[in-house]
Write a protein that binds this ligand. Sequence first.
Ligand SMILES: Nc1nc2c(ncn2[C@@H]2O[C@H](COP(=O)(O)OP(=O)(O)O)[C@@H](O)[C@H]2O)c(=O)[nH]1
Ligand SMILES: [Mg+2]
Length: 329
Amino acid sequence: MRIKKIIAGNMSEGKVLLKKELGDEAVILSTRNIKNNETGKDSIEIVAAIDEKVKDQPSIEPKKRFKTDETNNENFNKLIESINFPFLEYLDKNLSEKYLYLKKLGFDETFIGPILKSISSKGSLDITKDELLNSIITRIKVENLFQKRISRKIYGFVGPSGVGKTSTLLKFAVIHKLMNSSNVLVIGANNHNFGANDLLAAYCKILNLDFEKAGSEEELNRLIESQKAYDIILVDFDSKSKYSHSLIENILILPVNSTSNHLNEQLNRYSSSYIGLTGLDENYAIQPIIELLINKNLTLCFYANGSDIPDDIELADASGIKKMILNNG
Ligand SMILES: Nc1nc2c(ncn2[C@@H]2O[C@H](COP(=O)(O)OP(=O)(O)O)[C@@H](O)[C@H]2O)c(=O)[nH]1
Ligand SMILES: [Mg+2]
């Protein structure tokens, strides 16, 4: 047992001192009022004791409950990130934040690596996430094909079947007719699918568009040579068409929800630098198409987000591409 004598101004001050000296388990043995020899003030003398065995017993800490506060959530997220991306600990905070931002937007390592390397080598790592995204978007070439041109333009719509070539062509035609008061001719050169040209002819009739049918390459060439009065000629090809003409600029229509392999195959097959996308109203992964556009230096012209003619098509521009990236999937 340990005994301690404490002099304090009053009882409550004495208890505080006692607790500090002997702990919670101290037992008060006696108290008496005294005059403090040094100050001459009325004081209290407390004598207390503690059983050392009790004092030395390890106190049992109350169980720590798992707190689901913000700090814990943050730590939990960090833990998950370090499991998913173990190499992050080798990147500095700035780089790893940018890596995670691009990763969460749907880009993958093969794309993010060179992007971060390039901004890092330019010493531009201090840019914000938004500026980083904008810097990616500015790498994508865009061109406004809805603008009226001085000379006659001939566009061929090419690409895999069922991707939306015909409907995109019709949207394109109506926009030129309404917005630019252009003289538009639609040529049906879809000769591998029974009834496709007749169906297109019917659509053109409803939409008040001039229509001609080209059953062969010769017929197509003849139409191009003879129909000089039109401002714009749009040729609806099928997936197997192999026609080429120096005056035809092909627009490759690609589904936005494609894998890298599929997109590259289509590009090799139809070699075209103009790209139109369809299916932005459906689920898609953004990585393959953005990578294709940047790495192959292609020009994105427009994107379709549904089957309504002519409403469901948008001209490609930086803000639209940003929306496409931020809303992807
Ligand atoms: N959801 C959706 N459907 C589309 C889009 N573009 C075209 N389609 C539909 O896809 C189907 C095939 O289109 P079509 O133009 O005939 O394709 P083509 O074989 O390439 O000429 C049609 O039912 C279109 O209405 C799009 O952007 N989104
Ligand atoms: Mg078609």
